[in-house]
Design a protein around this ligand. Sequence first.
Ligand SMILES: NC(=O)c1ccc[n+]([C@@H]2O[C@H](COP(=O)([O-])OP(=O)(O)OC[C@H]3O[C@@H](n4cnc5c(N)ncnc54)[C@H](OP(=O)(O)O)[C@@H]3O)[C@@H](O)[C@H]2O)c1
Length: 262
Amino acid sequence: MPKIHKRVAVITGADRGIGFEVCRQLGKLGYQAVLTAPDPAKGKEAAKKLLREGIEAAYHALDVANERHVRKLREFVLKKFGRVDVLVNNAGVMFDAGRSKPEGRVGRWIKTLPKKMDFGEGQGILEVGIDIVRASVEVNTLGALRMCQAFIPLMIKARYGRVVNVSSSLGQLNGMTDEDRVPAYQLSKAALNAVTLMAADDCRDKNVTVNSVCPGWTRTSLGGPRAPQSVGEAAENIVWMANYPDGGPTGEFFRDKKAIEW
Ligand SMILES: NC(=O)c1ccc[n+]([C@@H]2O[C@H](COP(=O)([O-])OP(=O)(O)OC[C@H]3O[C@@H](n4cnc5c(N)ncnc54)[C@H](OP(=O)(O)O)[C@@H]3O)[C@@H](O)[C@H]2O)c1
């Protein structure tokens, strides 16, 4: 039985950037936001900021590369709220060219490598360090998969769920030969899209939808200052899909609220 009547939305990587804004927008729509992030100090501060705006946001620690964290988060959500309606797999890294810093479990693993990781500015798929690819997949692909495995069964049981995998058009298979050379990121997002398709298939006819959304090129630490779009605009694309009425699309990839090719 649900312990609260509000819909509950779990958002990963939500202490800053697009994820934080998704929490704010879902909160304004009346959702109880579960704001998750790896760093408790930054995460608690972010949740407090939303609470001051009158938005119901509860912080819980989550490094998506850490299975124990995922299990603990699931226990927390079930005990405190008794339900989960929306999952936004937003946590993401672009290790290529050092665009994101390796932290948490992945960061600790990288420190143990015998050779210093070469972040490789402009390297293509034939040069990129396998460790960069492994670390990117660990967060961007397996992080989202762990969350899907933990939370989608609860949604299926409740016969309601909206899962948004925050992907990127850089992961489109028909865009792999474009100029952008961030191969580890591209590969991890293409694999995330594969997770979307397979999970959507396993949820068919259960009122649980699973879609990939590219938020668009956005001014954040990952997107950089030259990006044309604000976090507000980026989050709107994700929230649109997270709040979609029954009977909506599943197993699709969207950008600017329009379906795009894989
Ligand atoms: N910005 C763009 O132009 C753009 C375009 C297309 C797609 N996207 C996608 O949008 C999503 C959000 O990106 P953003 O631009 O908002 O990036 P961002 O500002 O760099 O924020 C990334 C977020 O992910 C969190 N994170 C990193 N590693 C994590 C881990 N192991 N476990 C849990 N959380 C982790 C970070 O936490 P910390 O604060 O602790 O580091 C931070 O909250 C990503 O999936 C990204 O690939 C972004």
